[in-house]
Write a protein that binds this ligand. Sequence first.
Ligand code: NDP
Ligand code: 2IT
Length: 451
Amino acid sequence: MAVTDHVDLNTFVEGVKKRNPGQPEFVQAVTEVAEDIFDFIEDKEQYHEAQILRRIAEPDRVISFRVCWQDDKGNIRVQRAWRVQNNNAIGPYKGGIRFHPSVTESVLKFLAFEQTFKNALTGLPMGGGKGGSNFNPKGKSDGEVMRFCQSMMTELYRYIGADIDVPAGDIGVGAREIGYLFGQYKRISNEFTGVLTGKGLEYGGSLIRTEATGYGATYFLQNMLATKGQTLEGKTAVISGSGNVATHAAEKVTQLGGKVLTLSDSAGFIHDPDGLTQEKIDWVKELKTVRRGRISDYADHFTGASFHPGKTPWGVPCDVALPCATQNELLGVDAEMLIKNGCIAVSEGANMPTNLDGVHIFKKAKILFAPGKAANAGGVAVSGLEMSQNSARISWKEEELQRLLLDIMAGIHSRCQEYGTDSSGYCDYVKGANIAGFKKVADAMLAYGVV
Ligand code: NDP
Ligand code: 2IT
């Protein structure tokens, strides 16, 4: 067959920008992936000819809808919500739902795009999707959150299903919200299926799903350190966020002998030079999931700790860092500061927390740097195991699930090494993750022909 014309990286990125105006997060995520994929496919005509990257970077569909709900005072409130179904070449669409005022179509498209590669990396049969709303759960009563979730599911249920699209939690969506969403799905469809993951243990949830993302990001860090003959024992760690991912990363780092110095939320960070203990981490979990308070309270409660309003924690000297809050929370200047202060490894618990400048700086300095699509895949991996358990109507034991999570994270680490290691032995984990994730999805798409 004749070799077809193919565009270069710059033309491709310009095209993505032009077709997605006002969507900087989406353009950023596609650019980062394209930088690596263009190298990889340079001599692989079949991927160019079938326009594979161009197709993965165009969601299968974006469903956009209005969600009306009534607040406790009787006011009618109107939110926007979306489900982005990016790609189902290797399995049903799969990915979380985010409730945060910063949610836009661009944010969800970037997350669904990233999820496609992440899910492929897990080795489990899951496509990529993401959903969410600009609803702000902060300061809302349980009743308000319930009414919002019910109203959202009343529209969303048409587009999802155990073999179609399986949402889960993300920022602002935890056990409480999944309960309300699942309850409404069951009520209006009259079906009890594994349509959501992250469910409560009483109604089809899996053991260790809550812990899986933070634990997985720490296991990935452990795997990276092991390539340098190092462990977490005695290492200082700086962590951002104080939600599901951050608190469980802090727990695992502490269990493995590391000393966690910081946590944060959108108002600032706390610095505890004595290090977090299990008791302190449990206190934060209770603060965030039951009392729904602010991390600044930590500094009032524990002596020796300080609160730094409006700041991120990257200036605190550390051996390892785990950004676990949100996208673009670690900038080029922060990356430089971390390196200057002697940080040797960064494992992204959040999705795209490091901006493009920061990624380039980490790569250039050749420190151990794990992108979110590899490091935080433990969460969706255990979601995949929850789907399997639901289909088989069984529940696996905790030891079995712990072993599977460790195995899956080690598997992702070796897939990154396979595609990311250069002749000098340096592993570019970003490149490795992008290529390994791309290859699996791309080869399935090639098999389907033009669809
Ligand atoms: P949570 O809602 O449990 O916690 C989010 C944390 O991040 C809170 O401390 C929150 O602070 C902070 N945060 C949120 N938005 C911002 C912002 N714009 N600026 C500063 N801080 C912010 O969410 P998760 O822990 O579940 O998610 C954290 C990250 O991990 C996200 O990037 C998510 O996509 C990713 N992730 C989550 C997975 C999961 O299984 N839950 C799986 C894989 C990735 P505040 O309370 O002030 O808003
Ligand atoms: O970003 C993510 O991987 C998640 N929020 C978890 C998705 C899932 O389906 O468990």
